[in-house]
Design a protein around this ligand. Structure first.
Ligand code: SAH
Ligand code: SF4
Length: 314
């Protein structure tokens, strides 16, 4: 930019940065799940996960790249099994910090400007609907033709069940897909692992989800992580199948990813299979995802947690 003065160029060089995220650490290879740890301008860390072939769950099987992005530093909701909430909540991400995760991954892939990501899941660190305005502002740009042009139906927002915000999302015009982190089909199970359920119990959550389903034609997903001895009992199958039927939702079973320092583990494969088959035999559209990111701590918040522990011990 030689049309600018030398001193302006020097000061821009020192103070101006196009990206709000800087790569701090990366795990995984191009043909596997890759995990990116970003350092934000204030030194906070968040992560994104790039999954090469999208699970058919979130779009067409032909889609090549799904990116999972974070919306907050930490999380205030304190689900007992989750690494993201362990150190509490730090702050909301700005719209630019959400968008820059997409742009920086494309750049890191050597595909800047190519629109290499065509499927977005808002399932990284944080509760997206607790950062509603910034999330909507970022999705507007990620969705726009002049932005990254990712179709609204290729964007899935995951929530632990913030009832008023689900209703708000139902009332706005975009056809974003919604995934609900259910993880229990009775209040007894949900109360044990998800504090949010005390505020918005299942009956209220189901009503809000139904409102969403009726407002949008796209399918809802019920996320259900299988945790040994907690929510893997066959007593959960009937209420889960009934809820999925009512909401015309598919159920995505995910074996729990162990988090260092937490007491929970995934059930044996046989128990996972029995749960899966019991749902299928009730006519519920169900997938059991033995996820690809297991080897590289792909469950949300784990790379950040590990890195912060390492930094603290040096
Ligand atoms: N706060 C939102 C989105 C981020 S969490 C939500 O809760 O939906 C994304 C998903 O990962 C959620 O379904 C969450 O319950 C799940 N998850 C969290 N920790 C996990 C772990 N250790 N193993 C597997 N899934 C996990
Ligand atoms: Fe927060 Fe979601 Fe983790 Fe619960 S599962 S603590 S809502 S990020």
């Amino acid at each position: 930019m030689t049309n600018l003065t030398e001193s302006l160029r020097t000061s821009l060089d020192e103070t101006f940065d196009f990206s709000t995220v800087e790569l701090a650490r990366k795990q995984g290879d191009a043909d596997t799940t890759q995990k990116f740890l970003w350092k934000l301008r204030d030194g906070q860390l968040v992560e994104s996960v790039l999954i090469p072939a999208s699970p058919a769950l979130y779009g067409d099987a032909s889609d090549r790249h799904t990116l999972c992005v974070s919306t907050q530093v930490g999380c205030a909701y304190g689900c007992t099994f989750c690494a993201s909430g362990l150190d509490g909540f730090k702050r909301n991400l700005e719209p630019a910090e959400i968008i820059d995760q997409v742009l920086a991954v494309e750049r890191a892939q050597g595909r800047a400007g190519e629109r290499a990501i065509n499927n977005l899941v808002i399932m990284g660190m944080g509760e997206p609907l607790a950062n509603y305005d910034n999330l909507m502002a970022s999705l507007e740009i990620l969705n726009a033709e002049w932005g990254t042009n990712i179709g609204a139906r290729k964007i899935t927002i995951s929530t632990s069940g913030l009832v008023p915000q689900i209703k708000k999302l139902a009332a706005q015009p975009r056809q974003y897909r919604l995934a609900i982190s259910l993880h229990g089909a009775t209040d007894a199970v949900r109360d044990r692992i998800m504090p949010i359920n005390r505020k918005y119990p299942l009956a209220k959550l189901a009503d809000a989800a139904e409102e969403y389903q009726q407002a949008k034609s796209g399918k809802l997903t019920l996320e259900y992580i299988l945790i040994a001895g907690v929510n893997d009992g066959l007593d959960q199958v009937l209420p889960l199948a009934q809820l999925a039927h009512r909401l015309r939702a598919k159920v995505n079973l995910i074996p729990y990813n162990h988090v260092d320092g937490l007491e929970w583990d995934r059930p044996d494969d046989a128990i996972q299979d029995a749960f899966h088959e019991a749902l299928i035999s009730r006519g519920t559209l169900t997938t059991l995802r033995r996820e690809k990111g297991h080897d590289i701590d792909a469950a949300c918040g784990q790379l950040r947690l590990r890195t912060e522990k390492e930094l603290a011990s040096t």
